[in-house]
Design a protein around this ligand. Structure first.
Ligand code: SF4
Length: 253
């Protein structure tokens, strides 16, 4: 996202009353720490939107000494690590790189937590592949990094054109017993708004394509007006089974 668009969106958000708390995440299908502007952008948000809390994301590979510690100084922030697996082969298959560096980085991050030098809450995420692997993941993380919070979530299928994640979702079998029940639920994503780097908003966090029309562009429309487009969902919170394009989705994020 270019600087001009970033600042335009943040300016739009300053119209939110200061009494209303909300979350901001500078991540969108990327490794956020590879963007050298992350610290500057985050600190700008802290000043411009004092009612916003930050959720940072990383795959753990970029948490190197001197590059990320500033996150822990932002009050009320959370850092979510997509650890995904504690097995070298499995991790490489999912992430495209090995575990060694990530584990080392997480050891360093935990050391900072132990010394009270990193204030942010740290969450370690992994997808549900089986009950046994989930238990193993939680146990390993709690033993090695007791100050972090491990978390297992079901696989989801990306919305948009690629449909990635469907094979893994099927293999995990998680949704077979739960799909009917999930169809009766609303979705927490209806309370969010997501913006791609080109300024187009998306339906939700698992929509990689976004809406293409200009009327969905944060470049030319206030982000708050774009958020109003989904107000009917927040007002009624219907079952997702009755909402077109959400009908078969089992994502619980
Ligand atoms: S139900 Fe699924 S597709 Fe619909 S908004 Fe939620 S996560 Fe996105």
């Amino acid at each position: 996202m270019d600087d001009k668009l970033f600042h335009k969106i943040i300016d739009d958000l300053t119209y939110i009353p200061q009494t209303h708390k909300f979350l901001v995440t500078l991540a969108r299908i990327n490794e956020p720490l590879l963007d050298k502007r992350l610290e500057v952008f985050s600190k700008h948000i802290t000043k411009a939107l004092p009612n916003a809390s930050h959720i940072f994301w990383s795959n753990g590979s970029t948490l190197v000494t001197g590059k990320f510690e500033w996150m822990g100084e932002i009050e009320g922030s959370t850092l979510v690590i997509s650890l995904n697996s504690i097995d070298e082969k499995n991790h490489t298959a999912m992430m495209g790189f090995g575990l060694e560096k990530v584990l080392k980085n997480l050891d360093y991050l935990h050391l900072l937590k132990e010394k009270n030098l990193f204030g942010a809450n740290v969450i370690l995420n992994a997808p549900y592949q089986s009950a046994a692997l989930s238990v193993e993941f939680i146990k390993f993380c709690k033993n090695r990094w007791p100050l972090f919070n491990p978390n297992v979530l079901p696989f989801f299928k990306w919305q948009g054109q690629v449909s990635a994640g469907e094979k893994e979702r099927q293999l995990s079998k998680f949704f077979i017993d739960t799909a009917a029940e999930i169809a009766t639920l609303g979705c927490g994503q209806w309370f969010d708004i997501h913006v791609l780097a080109n300024g187009q908003i998306t339906k939700c966090c698992i929509d990689e394509a976004g809406y293409q029309a200009e009327k969905f562009s944060a470049r030319t429309h206030s982000i708050l007006n774009l958020y109003r487009k989904s107000q009917h969902l927040r007002d009624r919170i219907p079952s997702r089974g009755g909402v077109s394009s959400c009908q078969t989705c089992t994502h619980l994020g």
